[in-house]
Design a protein around this ligand. Structure first.
Ligand code: HEC
Length: 399
């Protein structure tokens, strides 16, 4: 019953999270795109219209949209309805935090920590929350230093810092939780940017308009800086969220380095998406180099297999025994490990034919990446992993 509840909680919260994230990131993409496609407006030359910085025409959903951007509103220009974009971000963060709680903090320890890892499940949760909180404080403080004035320098600094954090996470969490928490950390920075910096700046601008005083335009610039940071973080954060489905990536021995390269790729792609009509050899170069590095790093090893398949023939009985000891607690028609309602991903490792058919997937998870058994809850030994590998490399016979 409890597992059934978690299954549904997981699905519903995930659904809400994805919908909220689409809205938030959609807004972010649209407004960055608008900003980069504004053209100088004739209107700005009219008397009293110097706040106009550009205009843009669009056609969509059967109508034409005319947009003007103003740096600020003058007293008396306050429109009756002014739309804010903040709940998209808050709801993404709230649903994401809830999802983290459902998947990693409440439903057993296997997703979060290795059974023989340095931290208990509870301590790992404390470490995660602390790391995320401290990361926001550190980033926010950094934004007030001269370093933040140069986006490129800040970018390089941020890349090194995030890769270091990811490295640290891989030491204390499971490979999967390490990736996800790196993403959650960046997502939190993005949401905090909106909550603590962007919205308050916009409120101050409006308050000045209402009070009839000239608004301090640096407030708008400050908000824009944070919004630009958020924008560059979108692709890397989305990658970490989707990475959960790709054990060959998050389960790589140097997964933190892979993540660093992916971040370079994501940020470069974002750059190319918003700068129009200019080719940027440096950015294109960074995108290509990082993509190739990731592909090469994660390619299956060409080095000779760790075990010699020519050794003594592994009988299927030995494999079956390993499955029963280490896998079928979860991967059975009726799982016996608490918290697992149904065989994960529908994978039941009880019949010889399935074990043979799924051998490559089993090898990837239990031998190459060691991302199975989950958190090594069933204490699989390296010897058993080698036995499995040898059986698979010998042709996976089931008689
Ligand atoms: C404590 C529970 C648990 C144990 C024990 C466990 N697994 Fe898993 N397994 C999961 C969960 C949860 C997933 C789905 C999440 C994921 O893919 O990481 C999964 C996914 C998999 C997948 C991916 C299936 C797919 O369709 O992508 C394979 C392969 C796998 N396990 C193999 C094994 C093998 C082999 C063992 C034993 C050596 C094992 N698992 C032990 C929980 C477990």
């Amino acid at each position: 019953m409890e597992a059934h509840f978690y299954e549904w909680a997981n699905l519903l919260v995930r659904w809400a999270h994805v919908v909220a994230a689409i809205m938030w990131i959609g807004d972010s993409f649209l407004f960055m795109w608008l900003d980069s496609h504004l053209t100088p407006s004739e209107r700005s030359k009219q008397p009293g219209q110097d706040a106009v910085v550009g205009e843009l025409w669009m056609v969509h959903s059967g109508g034409f949209y005319e947009v003007y951007k103003r740096k600020y509103l003058k007293p008396g220009e306050m429109p009756q309805d002014l739309y804010w974009f903040k709940w998209e971000s808050y709801s993404t963060w709230l649903s994401g935090a809830l999802l983290l709680v459902v998947v990693y903090y409440m439903s057993g320890s296997g997703f979060m920590v290795e059974a023989d890892g340095p931290l208990s499940h509870r301590l790992a949760i404390v470490a995660a929350v602390l790391a995320i909180g401290c990361a926001w404080l550190a980033y926010d403080a950094l934004c007030f230093t001269p370093l933040a004035k140069n986006l490129r320098v800040l970018g390089v600094f941020g890349l090194v810092a995030v890769t270091a954090v990811a490295f640290g996470f891989t030491r204390i969490f499971t490979a999967r939780a390490a990736y996800l928490h790196t993403g959650a950390l960046l997502g939190t920075i993005m949401a905090c940017n909106v909550f603590f910096r962007i919205i308050p700046s916009q409120k101050a601008l409006l308050a000045a308009t209402k009070a009839g005083t000239t608004p301090d335009v640096t407030l708008g610039l400050r908000a824009k800086m944070r919004s630009t940071h958020n924008h560059y973080l979108t692709l890397p954060v989305l990658f970490t969220m989707l990475s959960n489905h790709f054990p060959s990536v998050y389960g790589h021995a140097l997964s933190w380095l892979v993540l660093g390269c992916v971040f370079v790729l994501g940020v470069s792609m974002k750059r190319l998406m918003i700068t129009k009509r200019q080719s940027h050899p440096m950015v294109i170069g960074a995108a290509i180099v990082s993509a190739v590095t990731v592909l090469v790093m994660t390619a299956p090893a060409r080095a000779p297999a760790a075990v010699d398949p020519g050794g003594p023939k592994v009988p299927f009985a030995a494999v079956k025994q390993i499955m029963e000891l280490r896998c079928t607690g979860c991967h059975a028609t009726k799982p016996t490990i608490s918290g697992i309602a149904a065989p994960p991903n529908g994978l039941v490792l009880e019949s010889p034919a399935v074990i043979r058919d799924k051998r490559e997937l089993i090898k990837l998870r239990a031998v190459t990446t060691k991302t199975m058994p989950l958190g090594n809850l069933t204490a699989m030994t390296d010897e058993e992993r080698k036995t499995l590998e040898r059986w698979i490399d010998q042709g996976a016979a089931i008689e």
